[in-house]
Design a protein. Structure first.
Length: 399
């Protein structure tokens, strides 16, 4: 399968002529999008007509560089930069060769795809999209080598991960990642309110330009570091001879519509509705597949309410604490959900070799059957589950 990712590069050491040519091409594109007749490279016109259907008057749009016109080379005969890119412009035949500094190496086996050229704070940046062919192994259950890295996505703790070893009998390396994102979002939300109360002229545009962009960049940086840490851990296990599998809950339907007559908490709605769960899932997916590590999105129904030790639903949640009324377990609610997601992967996919989907029976019915099976007397050869060679879910965990 082919996997894509974006390599962010900054254009450096521009001469006055090259800077003038790039500025002319960039600002001519903005004028062309607003209906003016300007001198613009023909392929850039075609790409603009293809992608930009609705144009906003106060927004600048990047130049979409076609993959057959963009060329990236690695040069060793120059001390200015290792990588150089050729960008097509209308002012010079053959395009402009510019020095670029990528945030990660560009390998020879990567195929260059359609990329974006944009300007920010007076500097030009080129986001190069690359793809390569990878072979992701099909996850299979092995008693000693399979390691499930289960991840729970939430609001207070954006990413909680735990490793399940020996078919879920051992739990190791629990991590709470991205917690500082909550304070960043709260700070910028308070800043937006203060600016709005002062009634600054053109406050909305000022917030978008100076506040919202900073918040987005900081949140993306925190999420990139958190997801990279999980993928690096999986890659280290893979190099050590283990077979890691990353699984996360496929969070959906978080934004519930308003119900007439039902009270709503404005603060809670803002936190939940702006939770970057989609970004976390996309980052985990493309980073894991790029390193040829299997990644699975699993339906997480009932994982927050289910006790991982006794599989009971007679539980209560108070703030970040999870408590089971049957077995007395007191645990972190996010870590409890991550363990349940990992156990569900072991039970529904790895053991049965079936596709991961929503279970046909609810946990209440499954737990009721297990209790009935456990009441079978030992003289009959154990419970029906044990006779079939199926391990009881409770025995996966060692207290």
């Amino acid at each position: 399968m082919k996997v894509k990712k974006t390599i962010k590069t900054k254009i450096m050491h521009l001469t006055k002529i090259k800077q003038r040519l790039l500025k002319e091409e960039y600002y001519n594109l903005q004028r062309f999008l607003h209906g003016e007749s300007v001198k613009l490279y023909s392929a850039n016109k075609q790409q603009a007509k293809r992608f930009y259907k609705k144009i906003k008057p106060d927004k600048e749009y990047p130049i979409s560089v076609r993959k057959d016109l963009l060329k990236v080379e690695r040069r060793r005969d120059t001390k200015i930069a290792k990588y150089w890119a050729r960008i097509p412009v209308a002012g010079r035949r053959g395009g402009v060769w510019v020095a670029v500094k990528p945030h990660c190496p560009i390998e020879l086996d990567m195929e260059i795809c359609e990329s974006k050229l944009f300007k920010r704070n007076g500097e030009f940046y080129l986001h190069i999209t690359v793809q390569k062919e990878v072979e992701v192994p099909k996850p299979e259950l092995a008693e000693k080598t399979t390691v499930v890295i289960a991840c729970d996505i939430g609001e207070a703790n954006p990413l909680v991960s735990v490793e399940l070893w020996d078919q879920g009998k051992k739990r190791k390396n629990a991590q709470f990642l991205g917690g500082e994102m909550r304070s960043v979002r709260a700070h910028y939300n308070h800043l937006k309110k203060r600016i709005g109360r002062k009634k600054i002229k053109h406050a909305i545009n000022w917030i978008k330009e100076h506040v919202a962009n900073k918040e987005t960049r900081k949140v993306n940086d925190i999420l990139h570091k958190a997801t990279t840490k999980i993928v690096d851990r999986a890659l280290m296990l893979k190099r050590s001879g283990y077979e890691p599998v990353i699984v996360f809950g496929d969070l959906k339907n978080v934004r519930q519509p308003r119900v007439k007559g039902k009270r709503r908490c404005r603060k809670t709605n803002r936190k939940i509705h702006t939770m970057p769960s989609y970004k976390i899932k996309q980052m985990l997916t493309y980073k894991a597949l790029w390193e040829e590590v299997p990644v699975i999105a699993l339906n997480e129904a009932y994982t927050s309410k289910l006790c991982w030790r006794c599989r009971s639903l007679n539980t209560e949640i108070r703030k970040r604490c999870f408590r089971c009324k049957d077995c007395g377990l007191e645990y972190n609610r996010d870590l409890n959900g991550a363990i349940n997601i990992g156990n569900r992967l072991l039970g529904y996919m790895l053991k049965s070799r079936a596709a991961v989907n929503t279970p046909k029976t609810s946990p209440e019915y499954t737990a009721l059957l297990e209790k009935r099976f456990d009441n079978v007397s030992e003289r009959e050869g154990g419970s029906p589950l044990q006779q079939l060679g199926v391990v009881h879910p409770v025995s996966w965990i060692i207290t």
